[in-house]
Design a protein around this ligand. Sequence first.
Ligand code: F6P
Ligand code: MG
Length: 475
Amino acid sequence: FEAPYPPYDPTDKSGFSYDTVIKRWPIILTSVIDHLHRVNHDLFVQAQRTSIKDDSQDAKIKEAQEIIGKVSALKYHMARDHALEPIAEDGEPLVDTYNSELAQLGKSAKNTWFTAPWLYAECYLYRLIRSYFAQTKHWNTYDPFLHQKQETFKKSGEAIYHLATTMHEFEVERDLIQSDPEKLGVLFREMCQMCLWGNATDLSLLTHMSHEDIQRLQSVGKDAQSARKEFILKDDSEALWNHIASLKNERVDFVLDNAGFELVTDLIFADFLVTYTPYVSKVIFHPKLIPWFVSDVMPPDFSSTITSLLDPSFFPPPPSGASTKPEEFKQNLESMVMRWQKYISDGTFELSVPSDTKIGEGNAKADFWTSPYPYWNMKERAPELWEGLIGSGLVIFKGDLNYRKLTGDIRWPASTAFATAIGPLAGSFPILSLRTNKADVVVGVDQDIADRLDKSGEKWRVNGKFALVSFLARR
Ligand code: F6P
Ligand code: MG
């Protein structure tokens, strides 16, 4: 599929991709370097303390120094607009894919950090970092972003306690909700919005946000939601609900985005669908298999989310709400997560790959998500995955990067129909994209509105304040 417009790239200095090469990527690389320095220092101090010489510890320290060297060199080359280097043959999926695409870009002199298409370059960056770890013995399954994911997750306790309490209130009214289709529809829309705004906090964008900023973004109460409604520039939730209500005991797929708070909102939405509606009886979650865009979910994050939620010391103590005591908050959280555990053990909730899949292990059903390809290539590039998804009642693509891949990160006019922008993927299976805007590409929005916002100086395409709910049924 050939899109009629070029993709976004940093040659346009007013675009977010330029900002990204100049500022965001260097910050992310620096955080990896700093983190490894710290871990290595601790290893070194430990080694000093023990009198017995441990060669494998020495080798581990040396390997970390090598990774630090490679990441530092990468930062240097990036800042000087050097060519992207081919990814080393590290025995893991997609090396040839990335390298042959890179060779193609070289032919049109678009293979440097300030000229390569943004979507390709950013995917390449995370695969390249993975290759630095994959080639070591001691850091082979190490996730350099894990600490960041967990630290931020810890800060979302308050929002999560409130959400669990909402779910508890639903439990109390279960019969009423299930017997009143109108009420169910209203709650569905609220849950859908909650899951949408859960995407507002991804770590690759939070390079400049304070703790208060994060908490504000996580305010999920009813009032906060209706206040934010006007920021949803495309809202297909009515057509979406009509579609959901036409399903009979079907399966929903979540192409996951970020771990931590966002994943919890995905699980809550999934829980709502299977527990309260008669339309959905199974949910499959699709994770990434390598550390990806800092905060994306990998199988170990999926499992640890459940254990962290059940660990009474993980979050700071719950607040006491006007009518909810701290112990009640705890109980509400526990009973919600225990229900999820039951769903996981009886197969109602399922991960698309075995839950003990190791970082870098690869799987034909998941590798496509970490390739550089737009999703309109799915049928040719990942037939097994595609075959699986065509049986789904709804495939929910969470977040910004999934949206960029759905639309190819192309400079579509904002008024382009979503169905046009996703190319040949349209109609293959019912698609829902829940995305807060964190990159330039936008479709399905009135041209007048887009032009007005563009002129206003508001960074509406990238600041995470605006969102799109885009739905397309099977044709
Ligand atoms: O635009 C900033 C950015 O980091 C993009 O690189 C990427 O598309 C996105 O945010 C990641 O966000 P999300 O986690 O929502 O996919
Ligand atoms: Mg992400």
